[in-house]
Ligand binder design. Structure first.
Ligand SMILES: C[S@@+](CC[C@H](N)C(=O)[O-])C[C@H]1O[C@@H](n2cnc3c(N)ncnc32)[C@H](O)[C@@H]1O
Length: 223
């Protein structure tokens, strides 16, 4: 299962950025920037950052405005190739969230955006995030979550995510399966509250849903 997911990202790597910008109407950049600015309220200046599931580097693109100490990690060779071309100055590792190739207490901040939903062994990954963060280190999760309860707005968002987005994504990328996986994986994933409960080792500092979007943000601290 995990191999199949990574292979899918390998296949869509070259069109991933373009699809993202189009289907989110550019709003993903706004969420990323807001989230990182929020993290910086709790973190030291120029933090040492690990971006897990970095993909083509969209979080790194924002992190690098605020720190010169960033490492990206992703299991997909295809996504990493795109990231390395975009950011030749950044160090990238090929690896999995559930088995991080870093020493204990190595990072001030760890981010994972739109990545944790793809990690099959999620509890193992959360233990790894805890292990590699320093004391007082900050974890940032951005992710599409299931709604706590249905509302008209959420029904509209789900209609877009389930019916329209997969069509646009599959036309641009030529990969129908990958973009059908997205809504299915959101339906199988947690609500924001359930995801917070998974982080029981951490202190939750902020947990919220962004308006008019299925995107949630969690900021948590290792005490
Ligand atoms: C939707 S992309 C997100 C990429 C990037 N973080 C962003 O915000 O655009 C999901 C990424 O998760 C990676 N991924 C899948 N399984 C993973 C795992 N077990 N550990 C770490 N990353 C994983 C994929 O290779 C892919 O690059």
């Amino acid at each position: 299962m995990q191999e199949k997911i990574v292979k899918m990202f390998d296949e869509i790597a070259s069109s991933y950025d373009m699809v993202n910008r189009i289907v989110s109407f550019g709003s993903d950049k706004i969420w990323r920037e807001k989230a990182i600015k929020e993290v910086l309220k709790y973190s030291k200046e120029n933090p040492k950052v690990l971006d897990v599931a970095c993909g083509s580097g969209d979080m790194i693109d924002i992190w690098k405005k605020y720190t010169n100490n960033i490492i990206g990690l992703d299991p997909s060779k295809g996504m990493l190739e795109v990231a390395k071309k975009r950011f030749p100055e950044i160090n990238f590792y090929q690896g999995f969230a559930q088995d991080l190739p870093f020493e204990n207490e190595s990072f001030d901040c760890l981010s994972i955006s739109f990545g944790i939903r793809n990690v099959v062994e999620i509890d193992k990954a959360i233990d790894e995030f805890y292990r590699v963060l320093k004391k007082d280190g900050i974890l940032l999760i951005l992710e599409f979550t299931k709604p706590e309860k249905k509302s008209t707005i959420r029904n509209c968002i789900d209609f877009y995510s389930n019916k329209i987005l997969p069509k646009i994504g599959s036309i641009i990328s030529g990969n129908k399966e990958a973009y059908e996986y997205l809504p299915k994986s959101i339906q199988k994933f947690y609500t924001l509250n359930e995801l917070c409960k998974k982080l029981s080792k951490f202190e939750i500092l902020e947990a919220k849903n962004f308006a008019l979007s299925p995107t949630s943000m969690i900021i948590a601290k290792k005490n």
